[in-house]
Structures are given as C-alpha cells and as structure tokens.
Design a protein around this ligand. Sequence first.
Ligand code: GDP
Ligand code: MG
Length: 598
Amino acid sequence: MERKKIRNFSIIAHIDHGKSTLADRLLQMTNTVSDRDMEEQLLDNMDLERERGITIKAHPVTMSYKANNDEIYELNLIDTPGHVDFAYEVSRSLAACEGAVLIIDATQGVQAQTVANIDLAMKQGLTIVPVLNKIDLPGTDLAMCYEQLEEILAIPAEEALHCSAKSGEGIPEIIEAIIDRIPCPPEVEEKTLASLIVDSSYDSYRGVVNYVRVFSGEVRAKDQITMFSTGKSYEVKEVGVFTPKMKALDVLSEGSVGYLIANIKDTADSKIGDTITSKMDPVTEALPGFAEVLPMVYSGVYPIDSADFETLRLSMGKLQLNDPSFVYQAESSAALGFGFRCGFLGLLHMEIVQERLRRHYDMDIISTYPSVVYHVYLKDGEMVQVDNPVYLPDPSAIDYIEEPVISANIMIPNDYIGAAMSLIMEKRGLCENTVAVDERHVMLSASLPLHEIVIDFNDRLKSMTKGYGSMNYKPSGYQQAPLVKLEMKVNDDPIDAFASIVHRDAAESRGRKIAERLKAVVPRQMFTIAIQAYVGGNIVARETISAMRKNVTAKCYGGDISRKRKLLEKQKAGKKRMKQIGNVNIPQEAFVQVLKAS
Ligand code: GDP
Ligand code: MG
C-alpha cells in the first residue's frame, strides 16, 4: 500500500470504557470480519481476558476501507492493554503509531488511566481522536466530558466525536476522522530497512513471529536481515499482515505494520524493541527501542501435588514465551516442596499469570504472600536486594531497609475525598495534592509504599467508591521504613512459606491472624504444639494446640464435616503430602488453607 494511504493507530481507554467493543465494530464496518464470523470481542482471544474485560496481549490488525472520498485506505489497528500493570505494552504499541483514538465512557468521564494513557500518547507526539462512547446509556453526561477533556487533558471539546460502540451509531464518522486527522507515516530519506519489533509470539512450527512496524525501506521473503542488537542474521521466510488471520504478502514497505517470520527458533534472539535491518546494507543507528521492564512483585508458586513440578516448569516456560515480563526460578520450601519464585509487574499481572497457569495449563497451584524488592543496607556498608523474606539477613547485620514507593494519581467523586484520604493514611501513604477536575471530581496525588498497593489498595478503593474511583501509579524510588521479618514457627521450627516482610506496626496483627488460622487446620498430635509468630527474637503472637487424647478425628480440624472428610481423604491419598516441620507432621493441605486465606 502507498504510504499516504496508510493510517497506523491505537485505541486507548480506561478499562471497560469500550475499547474492545469499538475495535470489533471497526472490524465489522470495514468488512475485515464478516458479520457471520463476528464473535464478540474478537481481539480479546483468551477466555481470561474476556472475563476480566482486559486486553493483555497487543496484536495488530490490518483493515481496508473505502472512505467518503472514494479512496481505499489501509488502517492498522494496534490494540493496547488498558491496565496500569501493562503501561510498558501500551507505550510499545504507541511507538508504532501516528495517532490514537481516545475512548471515554460518557457516563463515567475521564478516569485515572485515561490520563496515564494520554500522557504516554502525547509524549510520543501522537494525534489524538477523542471519542465519547456509550451515548446510548441514560447516564450519559456529555457536558461533564467536554469540561474534563478541556480541563484535565487540554483537548478542545469540539474535537470530540461520540458513538455507541454497542449499537454502531457514530462509527463511520470515527473511521473518517481517523483517515482525516491522523497523519500518514512520515516520509523518510533513509531507503535501507529499519523495522521495529513491537511484539512477538511463538509458533511451534515456524518459530518466532515478529510483529513489526517498518520505518524505512522494505522487506520481502528471502531477504537477508540482521537483528541490530545481536548482530545475528536470518533469511526472511514470510512477511504479511493480520486480517486478523495471518495473510502472507509479497512485501512490507515503509510505514506499514505486519509480521515477519525468519526461522528464528530462540525467542531470546528476537527482542522486543530491537531494530531489524538489512544484512547487506544495515542502518548505522537503531530505532528508539523500549526500556527493559523489571518485575516489581514476587511470590512463590508451588504445585499442590509435588508430582506436577515438571509440568509446572514446562507450563511456565510456555507462558514466558508469550510474556517476557514474567520471570521465574526454581526454589524449594520445607512446607510446600519444590516450586518457583516468580516475578511480576504488579498485582494484576500476578493474578493473570496464576489464572493462566490454572486454566490454560490446568495446574493446581498455591502461591505465597507477595513481596516487593527491598533494598537492605547492611552495617558493613553493602546493599543487598531481597525479594524473598526467607533471605532477609539477620536483623543484627542490618543497618536499615528501604522499600519501593510509587506515586499514584487517584480520581474520585468529591463525596469520597475523606474516605480516600483515610485509606491512603491507613496504607502508610502521604497525600501530596488535591485538584478539582470538574464540579464533581477530584484528583488526589499521593505517595505510597508499593507493598501496600500490591496487597489490597485497589480493591478497597473500588469498593469504597462504589466503583467510581480509579487509580494509576508509577514507581518513584525507594524510601526507608521500619520493616521487619515476621516468622511463623511450630514448636520452634520456622515454616518458611509463611515468612513475610511487613511494617513493624502491622506485624503483630498479621502474626496473630496466621497463628489462629494455623491452629484451625493443623491436626493434633501426641504432644502439645506451640504455634508462634516471631519478630526478631520476640514472640508477638501464640496459639497452642493441645495434645491428642482418644478420639482421633473428632477435633482434628475446625470447620465443617465435608471439609474434614475431604482433608482425611487427601491424607489417605498419600503420606507424601505430609510435611515435617521439626517434630510436627502437617498435611500440605493445611498450609494451602492458610495461604489461601492470607
Ligand atoms: P474495554 O475494557 O475498554 O475493552 O471495554 P469493553 O469493550 O470490554 O466494554 C466494557 C463493557 O461496556 C462491555 O460490557 C460492553 O458491552 C459495554 N459497552 C461498550 N461499548 C458500549 C456502548 O456503546 N454502549 C453500551 N451500553 N455498552 C457498551
Ligand atoms: Mg478490552
């Protein structure tokens, strides 16, 4: 396609504002997908994504459209994920575009993630096409949206289009606006190939499928290409576009978006953000790539049945091919057996990975209390990074500990300011600024420890504001805090899987909670069992399980009969599930019960 007829764009929106629905309407309106084949939310092709209404994996789609001026245009839609945990994927997608359609739910108005996404888009110099969606709903408040567009986003209200992605009203106007307002890919002097790897996937027969944006030159099958960062060369096997199925083409030229397959078998050789260039005539400078993202949250993930360990390892490997931001490493625990230490970008990312393991790979897993990466300064002047409480050095060797902090923007209706501020304080945060964004909404800026956000901040904010509050955050460095290691012990032996790093003031209540839960699930034995929560050398909570008398089962477990029976059946299933902590035998199921609740 001729450069001037190409439009590369993304759709950006706060979660649930209608990005996927609009994408589906565009596919339909351009006859990319026939009405008959139209499956609800075609771009979100994973069950999990559909259920949670989020798009995790960006995947470009090429559409062809005859505009009002009778010219045919190529529209490349690059879908972006809407959640804060995936900001890196958003900017990655935006780097391949000249414009973005900004969707705002007209009943809700601008939300925190709308602002975050717009910031990313404006930084990349993209042309924004603002669209107010869901105008079929009775709660539509266009006046509020216009005011917010101007006040918060500095976008003139008259630029806004409106539509109902559900009914299809207003969609043709949006396509015309994409063609009229978003510039075509710029003309470049460079004629040699420079193509950005925007994303990739893995096909077991054909190897790595690179999703690319060609910035200069062109590429076809049989061309010799070189990866700029590794210097490795390959022969191109096939180039093409997603329609949304893969469709091979003769050539991908300047300005276009599509895929490139080159018999690359090792995913490590195809780095997202790298530049693909010509082997014979390489460019001298790489295209601006992407910063590598580092995991911010860690947790142990264990198979409930230790026989599943190898299968779990394989499943994690496959998952990582599709999601390089997820990292894992084998580890073992006395309580849980063999498993993995896993790193995630944030809480949502962690939940999604675990759900995928459970559903797509049918794995029965349990995970430990999440941890962030602490900077531990030792008395000898050294600094060590700790993401696993088990490896926190002895308190006597520690000078001080720093934890990661984030700066958050929280958008809420005025009525909830007081409640939001006390939640921030409860979570050890600091409110820095409050700005009225319109008559009914404010934006709070606050600084908070990442660990508190990871635990339950977002859920609390949502339920407290009846779903109207929204939050967006970015890392803002490290800060010193009185953090301690909370350890749980049975008869003086530590249960490694329950160790956690917590704020000094929260240690006692957390210790007491876990001790109570353990007491309810650890079976009685021939001797008394002391369950103790320790901080440093001090006991902060204690429960006692008295020695067993005659009736073995009657008081074994708290809880209802059916659970008791299930536990007994599980125990019968094999003694291998029993874990020995010191002199105490504890069924793994007991640990699982407590971890699930904590
Ligand atoms: P995304 O998270 O931005 O991808 O949002 P979705 O496209 O998944 O939409 C979220 C919800 O809003 C879904 O239940 C959609 O059916 C609904 N929705 C999207 N657009 C409209 C619209 O124009 N009108 C109405 N009434 N509902 C819509
Ligand atoms: Mg979606």
